[in-house]
Design a protein around this ligand. Structure first.
Ligand code: AMP
Ligand code: ZN
Length: 153
């Protein structure tokens, strides 16, 4: 029996279990199946507090439709998403009184993406909060030229 026939033969209880176990955690939050501290919502996007904050007020902004990463989201939905990010950033500044924030996307597992549903992290910054940015390095001889040649070829 093929996979499709097997799935079709499952009863609704088994389908429910599969859904609970395998469905994306952020889709579950969007559908109201999992709780969240909602910060902002519009037609296309939802923002909620990160469960393990880098700083108090650390917020995730997600499109309501499931897109795995930046390559998958269509331009119109990305435009809407980035405008939602901007609104949430302003909200954090205005309501929490923070002087600034970092915006970050971990795009793909190699970049630290754990939840495969595109999301922007907005992390409020306060003086002396101890949050460290990524380590910077330097190019070896000829390396920048090699990179730029590949990028422009
Ligand atoms: P990333 O590593 O970019 O995929 O980040 C995923 C983020 O989702 C992490 O910062 C987690 O703390 C956060 N997270 C995971 N589960 C939940 C949840 N149920 N509610 C809120 N944030 C969550
Ligand atoms: Zn999802």
């Amino acid at each position: 029996m093929g996979l499709c026939e097997r799935l079709l033969s499952l009863n609704s209880y088994k389908i429910f279990i599969i859904h609970i176990v395998f469905m994306c955690i952020f889709c579950k939050i969007i559908n109201g199946e999992l709780p969240s501290y909602k910060v902002y919502e519009d037609e296309n996007n939802l923002a909620f507090l990160d469960i393990a904050p880098v700083n108090p007020g650390h917020t995730l902004v997600v499109p309501k439709k499931h897109y795995e990463n930046m390559e998958k989201i269509p331009a119109a939905d990305l435009q809407s998403l980035i405008l939602a990010v901007k609104k949430v950033g302003r909200l954090l500044k205005e309501k929490l009184g923070v002087p600034g924030y970092n915006i970050s996307v971990n795009n793909d597992p190699i970049a630290g993406q754990i939840v495969p549903h595109l999301h922007f992290h907005i992390m409020p910054r306060r003086p002396g909060d101890g949050y460290e940015l990524w380590k910077q390095g330097e190019y070896k001889e000829g390396e920048a030229e090699e990179i730029i040649n590949k990028l422009l070829s």
